[in-house]
Design a protein around this ligand. Structure first.
Ligand code: PGA
Length: 237
């Protein structure tokens, strides 16, 4: 919920300009930009190297659901990805795993790729129960029919989002290996899932995060609001 229309427009133009100025970045990464709903159509007009994503979707197919946006509506305007179960949705909108899974199902029905977020709070990490928390979120938030083709996992420790605190490479390694293991126990194509890390990723720490095994990309919040920082992260891919 950052910025305004003029800001969204200048940001996408800036990002696109920088990517096309350095095509090697484009070859190394897939770029997805996920602006607020109201800016999707405007951003879409300028997104050529970047694919479009949304930040949420309704679990309902259509009808009288005031204030919600359906998977069909997103697909219809050229959206390909949707972030689900972000910790801010879980915290401020009380979204539980079952709802995240229902939203994923609704999104997949329209060909959208879901970016399903999981992650423990600071107190859960201090209590040493981060694997239990993330394991439960994974078990509950992934819809029937999930595969690497329609789902990306994003590990976002809540205490690292927007705080400037980043998980250590060892924390990231341990959790991403755990997530891969959970996927292996359930999906034949587990090794092909992308597992993103999110939480205070910036140009200065991106290289060491991307070097960690089972880190297949990043979900970037604050740093994505500046084209220079966004691209500064991408070049570390
Ligand atoms: P951050 O946000 O990069 O600002 O920590 C991450 C997120 O909101 O997913």
């Amino acid at each position: 919920m950052n910025g305004d229309l003029a800001g969204a427009l200048s940001l996408i133009k800036d990002i696109e300009g920088k990517i096309t100025a350095d095509m090697s970045v484009l070859k190394a990464c897939d770029f997805v930009v996920c602006p607020p709903f109201v800016h999707l159509s405007t951003v879409k007009e300028h997104a050529k190297a970047c694919t479009l994503g949304a930040q949420d979707v309704s679990e309902k197919p259509n009808g009288a659901v005031t204030g919600d946006i359906s998977g069909a509506m997103l697909a219809n305007i050229g959206v390909h990805y949707v972030i689900l179960g972000h910790s801010e949705r879980r915290q401020f909108h009380k979204e539980a795993d079952e709802l995240v899974a229902a939203k994923a199902l609704a999104a997949h029905a329209h060909g959208l790729v879901t970016i399903v977020c999981v992650g423990e709070t600071e107190s859960e990490r201090e209590a040493g129960i981060q694997n239990d928390v993330v394991g439960k979120q994974l078990a509950g938030s992934l819809a029937a029919g999930t595969s690497h083709k329609n789902t990306v996992i994003a590990y976002e420790p809540v205490w690292a989002i927007g705080t400037g605190k980043t998980a250590t490479p060892e924390d990231v390694r341990a959790m991403h290996a755990f997530i891969r293991g959970e996927l292996v126990s359930k999906y034949a194509d587990a090794q092909d899932f992308r597992i993103l890390y999110g939480g205070s990723v910036k140009p200065s720490n991106a290289a060491e995060i991307f070097a960690v095994e089972h880190v297949n990309g990043a979900l970037i919040g604050g740093a994505s609001l500046k084209a220079e920082d966004f691209l500064g992260i991408a070049v570390c891919c």
